[in-house]
Design a protein around this ligand. Structure first.
Ligand code: RM4
Ligand code: MN
Length: 392
């Protein structure tokens, strides 16, 4: 086998191991601050969201887990929901706490100066841990919307101290096989200060908590121009990259389909992952989507996103690492850059089509889903009830 064909077969092997986790909320209605649009056939409950997620898995073959958001996905019996997922060939992934929709959290949650509100926010995580025990989920995901809008509104330092205390209590309540994944975001809903605005703050809290606390990197949660792959590299170096929330942005936290706004950035991120050998499941990085499909159809939107991740991954795997290192060692600036660009500019679609065919899947997941008639079927069947969506 020559170098190129051995790289190709290693690429195929790595791709067939890759998994992507789906967010339950991508299947519900969503919108902007101006309006939430409703779409025919959208799920009315978590059971139907899981059925839709299973469609994505059916056509891509790489999305065996679905992440839940509590209380959006509250059901009476979580063991029953986990069984339902199993019947659909899925397992329950991360459990997301929600600290942004309760009226009590208007002025923050885990950092609130009122002990009663802090307690309520901590208790919500106890509820999430129970959901994890009932569903077999191992990861508790925490995105903290807390912050302030005006200078002087609260003590920035006291808020960090309260946050550290709240997190320590949550961490202590986790089972020994649970992980806490902590997400950062530089602004919104707060506009002056945010209590976990960046990866450094998230990492400091994780280091203080212990080994089972890792950082989640949402690609939409950075200022424009941020070198995200640098952050990926640094967190991997520390063994603290727990998960991605993949999506695309042009301006702020746009939650568009991953790989749509800047496929080259996604490739650069996946290049750091591949260089650190962090694609393999044992590396513990959960590749998750966190997106909202406001104007496009939701299931195809998820399928397209998964394919975008796969394409970026395939290109990153095709990078000729030896040639890259040699060029870097030789201070060959353009040569090194050229090695990356050669991989990026490879059309990996035929290779992925072949991989799918080999797995008994349709080589074209978008076309196969469109031809299946599922969208029309659920639009006819899902009448009555209230569609799931933001705020529900
Ligand atoms: C937040 C954050 C969280 C997600 C919610 C829906 O901006 O990205 O990960 O759970 O949105
Ligand atoms: Mn997110």
């Amino acid at each position: 086998m020559n170098d190129q064909s051995s790289r190709q077969s290693a690429t195929t092997a790595a791709l067939s191991e890759q998994t992507v986790e789906l967010p339950s909320w991508a299947f519900g209605n969503s919108g902007t601050r101006f309006r939430v649009f409703t779409t025919e056939g959208v799920p009315r409950d978590p059971y139907e969201k899981i059925a839709d997620a299973a469609q994505v898995h059916k056509y891509t073959g790489i999305t065996p887990r679905v992440s839940l958001h509590i209380p959006w996905d509250l059901v009476d019996d979580f063991s029953d929901l986990a069984r339902h997922a199993d019947d659909h060939g899925l397992t329950i992934g991360m459990i997301n706490a929600n600290l942004f929709q309760d009226a009590d959290f208007r002025l923050s949650s885990l950092t609130h100066s009122d002990e009663r509100i802090r307690r309520k926010a901590i208790d919500h995580h106890m509820q999430c841990l129970d959901v994890m025990r009932a569903t077999g989920s191992k990861e508790l995901k925490l995105w903290l919307p807390d912050g302030t809008n005006y200078a002087g509104q609260d003590s920035l330092r006291a808020r960090q101290d309260r946050l550290a205390e709240s997190l320590a209590e949550i961490y202590a309540a986790m089972d020994s096989d649970h992980t806490l994944v902590l997400e950062y975001k530089f602004f919104e809903p707060a506009f002056y200060s945010t209590d976990i605005p960046d990866w450094g703050t998230a990492l400091l809290h994780c280091l203080a908590l212990g080994e089972r606390a890792t950082v989640v990197l949402d690609t939409g949660h950075h200022a424009p121009g941020t070198n995200i792959e640098f952050i990926v590299m640094q967190l991997l170096r520390q063994g603290r990259l727990g998960a991605f929330d993949f999506n695309s942005r042009f301006y702020a936290d746009d939650d568009l389909m991953v790989g749509s706004a800047d496929p080259f950035q996604l490739f650069r991120i996946m290049h750091e992952i591949v260089q650190a050998d962090a694609l393999k499941p044992e590396a513990g990085v959960n590749f998750m989507l966190d997106q909202c499909h406001n104007i496009e159809e939701k299931i195809p939107g998820q399928i397209r996103s998964v394919m975008n991740v796969q394409e970026a991954t395939a290109k990153a795997l095709l990078v000729d690492s030896e040639a890259l290192t040699a060029a870097q060692q030789a201070q060959d600036v353009l040569g090194a850059h050229g090695v990356l660009m050669d991989a990026y500019n490879t059309d990996v679609r035929p290779m992925l089509a072949e991989l799918r065919a080999g797995q008994g899947l349709d080589p074209d997941p978008m076309a196969a889903f469109a031809a299946s008639g599922y969208a029309a079927e659920v639009a006819a069947a899902r009448v009555g009830g209230t569609q799931a969506g933001w705020g529900a």
